[in-house]
Design a binder for this molecule. Structure first.
Ligand code: ADP
Length: 476
């Protein structure tokens, strides 16, 4: 595989320091390539270019923005197979999932190609005779983005498309484990004819990330930071942005409850749970993390789900039929092991799995889980089902809400009254009732509580990159 450079001001460039870092395949730890390791100097240059590009892009018409966005989405679909292979090589997820993610990313470019033309203002009923009150939406300016390794093309696509649609320019720092998909996306943005400096990519290693992140937060020309990643880093960046009073959009960790009530359709609930828990080997922020099953249906759900989990094919995401890939890195593997071990020591029961694999973790089922156990309180980010039995609806809702996170929550029930009551009671930004597919360009994706600030996708996603300007005109 070729080595990759950064993309700054319309050019592929080595880091100013000459440094680079290695990107490895999480399945076998083989070296894929080296990537330019940018520092604060490279970032500054990227912001210089993004500022210049913004000065003209903000004057582009919505139709011009729309045409560029549509073209990028079309090119992603043209190269879907190629992009998916790069994604699987660096992230490990099964090729079918990677292909789905490329399609997911393309739909955001297509969606925001349309939304850019619908950035309406308002005409406000005037409180004064002969004076008009109107609003317009204006782009914020340079948007800086920090993206995670679990959706290396979906997350940058979701952010870049919204920012460009609003009229912003972009400086993107992809995750150090998975920068290649973002750099491949950049090649398509370039091919689509994006103006020089409109989108810049500054990859960097874990060693340089604090320097680059701090410089992004400190630079007054950056108007907004959009971050998807851990709650710890999100809180750190939020505090760092206070000095320059930046807009922040934070999509942070979750700890999703997944409740199965007695009235649920067993097949639908089991299929939803498997999809939610095991997609990307459990490494998603909306994955089912705290499983609550009502006593009357408990045995049927376990009898149904255990053989399906046992039959899962684990291996190299590039091989057909593989459903569970590796975990992203050793840090993540050690974390999953620690959480499982601590939970077992605290009294959880191991029903399935539990072993560390060469490059990942066996699909694992823990029952008799209690509040306070690591697998309940922490976001596992691995293929581990932590199950608690309950009897009353109110008990399940209490357990679900007893958490400082509030990203997604899911439940299965066929009782309409219960569906209404529980949807209203759950304290989370997204609720899936009898459905786990919640993340689409049409959906406002975002959390309550410490799961974040702001929404991505939908018409609200455009607002994250826009200012509302009030224009008052006196015609007297
Ligand atoms: P994880 O622990 O799952 O890798 P992180 O929140 O650490 O989650 O990583 C998400 C993104 O945040 C990555 O792109 C990573 O490089 C970046 N990141 C990590 N630490 C910092 C930091 N101090 N400043 C800016 N970005 C950071």
């Amino acid at each position: 595989m070729e080595d990759y450079k950064s993309y700054i001001g319309g050019e592929w460039k080595a880091a100013k320091s000459g440094a680079d870092f290695e990107v490895r395949n999480p399945f076998d730890n083989s070296l894929l390539c080296k990537v330019a390791d940018c520092n604060a100097e490279d970032l500054k240059e990227a912001i210089d270019h993004a500022s210049k590009a913004h000065a003209s892009w903000k004057k582009s018409t919505p139709r011009e923005r729309s045409a560029l966005l549509r073209k990028i989405g079309d090119l992603m679909m043209r190269d879907q197979d190629k992009l998916a292979k790069v994604l699987t090589l660096e992230n490990g997820k099964p090729l079918g999932e990677a292909k789905g993610e490329v399609g997911f990313g393309a739909t955001f470019f297509h969606w925001f190609a349309e939304e850019s033309r619908r950035a309406y203002g308002e005409t406000i009923p005037s409180p004064a005779p002969g004076v008009s009150f109107t609003t317009v939406q204006e782009p914020l300016g340079v948007a800086a983005m920090i993206t995670p390794w679990n959706f290396p093309i979906g997350m940058p696509a979701r952010k870049i498309s919204a920012a460009l649609a609003a009229g912003c320019s972009c400086v993107v720092k992809p995750a150090e484990d998975t920068p290649l998909s973002t750099l491949e996306l950049m090649k398509l943005i370039e091919e689509a004819g994006a103006p020089t400096g409109l989108v810049n990519i500054v990859p960097c290693s874990r060693n340089s990330v604090k320097e680059v992140g701090d410089a992004m937060c400190a630079d007054p020309r950056v108007a907004v930071i959009s971050f998807t990643g851990s709650t710890e880093v999100g809180k750190y960046l939020y505090a760092k942005c206070a000095d320059t009073v930046k807009r922040v959009a934070l999509e942070l960790g979750g700890n999703a409850p997944f409740i199965i009530f007695d009235s649920a359709d067993v097949d639908a609930a089991v299929s939803g749970l498997i999809t939610s828990k095991f997609r990307n080997t459990g490494q998603t922020c909306v994955t089912a993390n705290r499983i609550l099953i009502q006593a009357g249906i408990y045995d049927r759900i376990l009898d149904n789900i255990l053989p399906k989990i046992k039959a899962m094919k684990i291996g190299n995401g590039m091989e057909s039929g593989v459903e569970q890939g590796p975990l992203i890195n050793e840090r993540q593997q050690a974390r999953v092991k620690r959480i499982v071990d601590e939970s077992l020591n605290a009294g959880a029961k191991l029903v399935l799995g539990g072993k560390v694999l060469d490059n990942g973790f066996e699909p694992t089922v823990l029952t008799d889980v209690q509040r306070g156990m690591a697998c309940w309180e922490e976001e596992i980010f691995g293929p581990v089902l932590s199950i608690m039995k309950f009897t009353e609806e109110s008990e399940a809702v209490d357990h679900a809400n007893d958490c400082d996170r509030g990203l997604a929550a899911f439940f299965y029930s066929k009782d309409p009254g219960q569906i209404h009551r529980v949807s209203s009671a759950l304290e989370s930004g997204m609720v899936g009732a009898n459905h786990v597919g919640i993340s689409m360009p049409e959906s406002p994706f975002g959390g309550y509580k410490t799961s974040g600030i702001g929404k991505e996708g939908s018409k609200h996603g455009l607002a994250e990159y826009s200012n509302i300007k009030l224009v008052v005109q006196n015609f007297n």
